[in-house]
Structure formats: structure tokens, C-alpha cells
Design a protein around this ligand. Sequence first.
Ligand code: NAD
Length: 471
Amino acid sequence: MELQSSELSLIIEKVLKEMSKKELKEEVSDGVFDTMEEAIEAAYEAQKKYSKYSIEQREKFIAAMRKAILDNAMSIATLCVNESGMGRIDHKYLKLKLTAEKTPGTEVLQTTAYTGDKGLTLVENGAFGVIGSITPSTNPAATVACNGIGMLAAGNTVVFSPHPGAFNSSLAMLRALNKAIREAGGPDNLLTSVKKPYLEGTNIMLKHDKIRMVVATGGPGIVKMVLSSGKKAIGAGAGNPPVVVDETADIKKAARDIIAGCTFDNNLPCIAEKEAIVVEAVYEELIKEMKNNRAVYELNDEEAEKVAKLVLLYSNENNPHCASANKKFVGKDAKYILQSIGKTNVDGIECLIYRAENDHPFVQEELMMPILPIVKAKNFEEALKLAIQDEHGNRHTAIMHSKNVDNLTRMAREIDTTIFVKNAPSYAGIGFGGEGHTTFTIAGPTGEGLTNAASFTRQRRCTMVESFRIV
Ligand code: NAD
């Protein structure tokens, strides 16, 4: 049987269409691979290509990333909350918007020049190569977006290992960013990861020769792991931020700011107010002002005991101070916590406050729930001493409400944290309603502080002798 020429051309057209579809499929990568080894290899090859792009082109890709974060902010915020079961959609949206708007790009990469009789020496910020970034469940998409911008601005490519509890939302952000980069003319696989979470993947990353820097954003366990990896490591670890209020504070404002900071994303941020320490003279007034806010509910002793039984896990039954947060309640709404102890009529409640002794686990543990224990101190001297104890040497974040410049200065110096916020909610310290850039990787343990593109670079020096001076 012979084919008519018209039939033949139809077949050829169909085959060509299929071929081009297949080629497209093969050419375009969303950055997500079956294995960690493949993800690392792809990011390594991509970095070789990326290193040939100009700073101006990097900025073009970053502009596209910022737009993609904003365009996808609501859907990814929703996905984060639905997947992880933690936090609030409205606040996750704000975090993503903040990330898009206030994460620095290449502008923070400053060159140093030395000139003199002997000529010119330049010190520039070079890329590390491929960075392994381990991200948390608490700010999953914001950390992928913020580290993605900073690490790419510095000329690196990135392999992400997201927390299993927020894996899909982290990958959704990664895919949206890769798509935006591709559409802006950039190479594939600047950001990569694996299809499914597996802990072994993180170990492979920590040992792999092609990973030149590792960055952990999470609790003490993973920070210790990256610091023991033998690679250049940045550790952004846990906090337990105290807020101190002295007798000179604007109490109405302090009450408002503390509740706003404590309830932000249901207290998930590592910078959020975790306990308040208030001088005796204004203790009752502050609690009264807080309770004027209808979203605040004060737990009595019996209720607090019931809540503690649910939200704390005790590793040693005989030691009431040996507790940790029960993950089932981390980042949950205050209403949910109240309903779990059998309370009804909880509509509109966003924060639970409790008059606590300083050794109460609500004070000592990083709960990451909208529960604010409030401790009474005799005076500022005692409040400062307790705040330093409660911060546990994390050197993370502390907050103070006061109009006494000497007290503010003394606490800022003595508590020695990476972030110290005066007379504002904690989130002002990451640029939300405060000056300065934002980040979701706050590196206290390794000292980079609020990371930005410059944190992800290596210093490189180039010397030219007896030339290139102009005087
Ligand atoms: P987490 O420590 O449970 O997890 C963080 C990351 O480490 C995840 O990707 C997880 O999969 C990985 N990980 C943990 N243990 C591991 C192991 N044994 N092997 C391999 N990978 C491992 O933390 P989380 O619950 O997702 O986040 C909350 C914690 O992170 C809090 O302590 C919070 O203060 C801290 N945090 C700090 C910052 C900061 O910038 N300093 C930012 C966000 C969160």
C-alpha cells in the first residue's frame, strides 16, 4: 500500500512535533532530580556556565526571581501552611513579600582597593561554587527564596535540602524561581534539589567534594552537623528571644508590639518574642494593656497546666524542667491550643499569656507557639539577669521596651545577641517595619549575622605591581 503525499506530510509533521516536544522536555529542567548526586552534579555544571555571566545579567535574573516570589506569594504561603500544618497564611505571605523586596542582591558585593608606591591590589568577592543549603520547616519557602537570591547574587549555584515536613512548598518555590530565571534568559539548574526527602541526601551533600560551602538554617542538631562537616559552614541556629520591659516604657505600645511580635506566624520565627520579663512596677499595667486586646487570653494556673501537658514532651518524668516542644503544637493557632484543653468560645483569640516563674518550661523552652509567659522581676537589674539566662547563650535575638537610654544600652551590650530590637516588635530586627535588609538565615553561631550575598563569597586578592596607579 502506498501513502498519499498528503498523508505522508501529516505523519512527518506529527513526528516532528513529537520530537520537538521531547527535545523541549529534555532541554528544560525544573532543577528537581531523583538523587542528591544528580542534583549536585547538575548544580556543578550550571555553576560553570553561570560563572561566565556578567553581574548585570545576575541582577536581571534576581529581578525575575523577586517578581516570581511576589507572583506566587499567596499560593505558596497557602501551600506552606497546608503542608506543614504550621503558621498563618497571611503572615507567610508577608514574609515572602519582605523577602522579595528586602533581600539584597549584588549591590552588597563591595570591592576593596589598596593603592600605593608598589601599585594596585584589589580584593573582590568570589563565588564559592556550589552551596548546600539545608532549610527549615518553620520558614520553608522564605528561606529557599532568600538564600536563593543571596547565593546566586554571589555567583554560586545551590543544592537545597528542605525539611521533610515542608518539602513540597520548598520545591514549589524552587521551581518558580528556576522558571523565572529561565524565562529571563538564564541557565537551568542554578537551584536544584531532590524529588523526595531523604535524610541520607543531607549526609551525601555534607560529604560531597563538589559542595564547597554548607549553610544550615535550623535547630542545634543540624547546625552542629554542618559545623562538623569539614567544609566552610554557616550555622543559623535556634533562639529563645526574651523581651524586657522596664518602668520607663510606653506600656500601651509595648503591650501592642510584644503581642504583634509574639503572634507573627504563630511564633514560628526564631526571632519572635518567646518570653517577657517585666519589672514589678509596670507588671500589672502591661498585662492589663495586653488584655485590652481581645485577641489575648490569659491562662490561669489550671489551664496552663493542661496546656503544658499537651504542648511539652518530657524526656525525664521526674524532672519538670527537662521538656521540649511537642511538634504537634508547634506553629498552631492559639484557638486550637485552647480547644485542645476543652475551651469553647475561642473565636478571635490569637495569643495566650501566662504569669510564669522564670524556671517554667514555657520560659525555658523554644516553644514556637503563640504562648507568652510573663515573668515578674524586682527591677531592671534582675530583669536583665533573667533575660540573659533565658536566652541560653544562643546570641540570637533580644528585645527591650524602655525610654531609659542607659538601660537600653546596657542590655544591648550585656545580652550580646546578633539582633537587639528597641521599642518595636521583634520583626523590626529583620527589616519588617525597621531599617536594614532582611534575611531568613540569621547566623549567630558562626557570626555572619543577618546573611546576605557577601556572606556567601570568598575573598580573592589580585595584585599588580608598579602599574595602574593614577597619582
Ligand atoms: P530542624 O533542626 O528540625 O530542621 C532544620 C533542617 O535540618 C531540616 O532541613 C531538617 O531536615 C534538617 N535536619 C535536622 N536534623 C537532621 C539530621 N539528623 N540529619 C539530616 N538533616 C537534619 O528545625 P525546624 O524545626 O525545621 O526549624 C526550627 C528551628 O530552626 C528552631 O530552632 C528555629 O529557631 C531555627 N531557625 C533558625 C533560623 C535562623 O535564621 N537562625 C531560621 C529559622 C529557623
